[in-house]
Each structure stands twice: as C-alpha cells, then as structure tokens.
Unconditional design. Sequence first.
Length: 489
Amino acid sequence: MPALEEFIRGRSPLTSEQIYRLRELVADWQLLSDLSFADLILWVPLRKDMKSWPTGYVAVAHIRPMTAATVFAHDVLGDEIQWGDRPHIDQALSSAEIIRDTVPERFGEHMIKEETTPVIYKEEVIAVISRHRDSELMRQPSRLELNYREIAHQLYRMVAEGKFPYHNASSLFDPQPRVGDGLLRLDINGVITYASPNARSAFGRMGWNSALEGETLHEVAQQITSPQNLAHEEGLRVQLSGKAIRRVEMENAGGTIDLLVLPVSQGEDRVGALILLQNVTELRRRERELVTKDATIREIHHRVKNNLQTVSALLRLQSRRIDDPAASAALNEAVRRIASIALVHETLSSGSDSSVAFDDVLDRLVTHSLDLSSRMNELVITRTGFLGSLDPTIATPLSLVVTELIHNALEHGLEKGGSSLEISLERTADSAHISIIDDGVGLPADFDLATSSNLGLQIVRTLTENELKGELILESTEDKTTARLTFPI
C-alpha cells in the first residue's frame, strides 16, 4: 500500500510536521471507525499554498470498521474529487466545523449518511475526514450503539479541536486496542457510566460479580487486584481517574486485564474518559512460560558447560599420568575440542536469546589456540569481517571446525616458519564464508583432503559436509596457505 506521503507529494503544501500529524491520526483512527460504525476517508486539499483556495481533494487514507459492514467494496486511496463535488467536505474545510445534519444519499443498494470533520492542527485545517455509514442501521440503535456513537462524537470534536490523536502517545496504542474487547465510560469524577458486555465479562472473570455502572473505577480495581500487584492507593487512583492518558494492568488469580485510559475533553474542559480494555490473561501466561522456558534452557546450557569442563579436567589429569607422548598429545587434543564446544554452551547460558554471538566465540577460540602455541609471542593474528549471531545448531559444529583449522595452521603451518595468521569472515543473506590464511610452510605437494589421515582434518571434513552442509577447500600458493569454508545460513 502506498505511503500517505506519496499521495500528498506535489499536490499539497503540507509541511513535514503537518504530514506527521496526519500519520499519527491514521495510526489511531481505527478507534474512531469502530465507535462510529463507519468507513472513514481522509481527504487532503489540493492547492499550491495554504493561502490558495483548493481545487479539490485527494484521498490519502481509508479505514473500515470492525464493528459493522463496510460501505465501500474497493479502496478509494488516490482518488481525486473536484471542489464542489462533495459539498459536505467543502463546508467542513471552509467553516472548520463538524458537519453532521446531512441527508442520506443512495450508494448502490444502501442509503448512506455522510458526515465530515475538519482535521485541525495548530489552528489550521490540514485535512477533512468523511465518515460513511448505512442510515438503515441507525434507526433502532441498542444501548451499546448509542454509547459508542456518543463517544465517537466526542472524539471527532477533539479532532476538530486539534486534541485527537493524543500528542506523543503512539507507544501507548501499541498493541492497538479494539473497541470490541471491552469498553468503559467514566464521568468527570471517575465513576463508570457505561460498561460494555465484554467489559463486564472481563471484570467478572477477575471476580467482580456486582454491577459496574455507578462504581468508581479505581475503587473497583483496588478491590480485585492482587495485593502483590497493587500499586499504592494514591497511584492507582491517579492512573484510573481519567485525567491523563495511561496504560494500566490489573492482575489477580482470575486473570489479567490491560486498560487504556483516554481522557475526553470539550474545549478546555475535561468531560470524562474512555477506557478500552482487553483480557490478556492467556498472553501473560504464555509470556511467563516463555521466560521460564528460556531460563530452563539457559540452565541446561550452563550445566552442559560445567559437565564438559569436568570431562576436560579429568582428561587433562589423565594425560599427565601417561608416559607415552603420543597418547598424552591425543588426550590434549580431545581436551581442546571439548573446550571449544563448552565455549558455545557457556555463551548460550549467559545470553538473553537463543542465538550465539559467534564473533565473540571466535575471539576466545583464537586466544585459547594461541595460548597453546609455542610461538605465541612471535605470531601476528588479524581478523576482518563479522558473522554476527548464529543458530546453536550451526555455532557448535562451526566452533569445532574453526578450532581445528586454526590449530592446524598454528601446529603444521606456522610451527616451522611464518609469522602471520589472518581470519577473514563474510556473511551474505543466505551464506557465510570463513577463510583462515597463514604464511607458513604450506601443504605437502601430494595433499588431498579427502584421503588425509589427519584426525583433525577428518573431523573438519565430516562436520562441514554433514552438519554445516557446506564446502571446505584447502590450497597453498608460494607464500600462503588458505582454508576456505563456505556454508549456508
């Protein structure tokens, strides 16, 4: 869907500040549409500058109600009308007043009543809202419909006074509240004058079995909210008084209700408040389950890391008791490989999500490998590029592969000559590339990775093909040896 700015560009002199105001309106106007059971269209005047008389209008936004059937089968976005085609829009623009007493007109099979509201920002009319609803559905309104419409008229009046949408309150409308989830009306003293059926039901699940109407909202909240979740009395009274826009959550053993408090004003006077509420019991339960699950998974990773460190310690002790140098070296190799796996689990146990920041892991793997080298003070190791976060199913085998390749370069390539090791990382949208380059003695002339008897390289080849589903290439030139690893992400 094209952005609102695209319809305005080159057609209207609206400033960026005025356009932002219209974007705020469009972000919150589902509430207006639902309360008035009407389709809403936002019209921006077509003119060269704010002092020029408009030649017409362009429709820059359209919203359909969730509480009634739509009037328009197709969007009208981008449609243009001429001055004089829609007198009610012209009148709202020129008079800066709401036009309500209009005669329904036939639109297809329905008689549609159009009402118009000027959108005023800093005492200037910057747009006009036209609302369209089926007049046949207005003849015998229920008590709920009457209350919805009365609230809608109050909010449209605030639009015409430049007070709706509420300034700097967009974050409180996320997630967007829905009228159908539950609605309360408060008078100027915070007393409930109307409660929708869904609102009564939500409070009933919280344990309130009496009538809501005639009760003071903050007093009801104090009686049903759990003591451990209850703000001090003065704070709750202020939050639910209706004097300022707030988002409040009430919780007890029966459930959790999220309330959005919207003050309603007329001119300079506050006349009451609108409360939109939603039963979020199941949502909060799932959030708590996810937190518990994440904590459990981190604890498992922590214990796995501890167990691996215990195994490493036992193998290290065993290697010190063995006189055979080859057997001792094999155990030390096992200790190194276990340590690289433990490092991944340590990262997962301390992280806040389920991914591994592999660049940090790689730095620690390099440091650990360098500590084991007899030439640690003579070597220069550089790293370029980044891999970012990886899934544990990739990070664990990758840490082993990288450990083996670095160790292979240090032990076989740089142990007998050379002084530099370069690690190059690159990540694209669907793949990762790692190159480990040394300036050591190079590979034997008859080297073949597929038939190599080196255990470390056999581990690397197996993990690359089976776990990473990638490809590994080892090659030597006159001055360097490169291990190039590529795998999909």
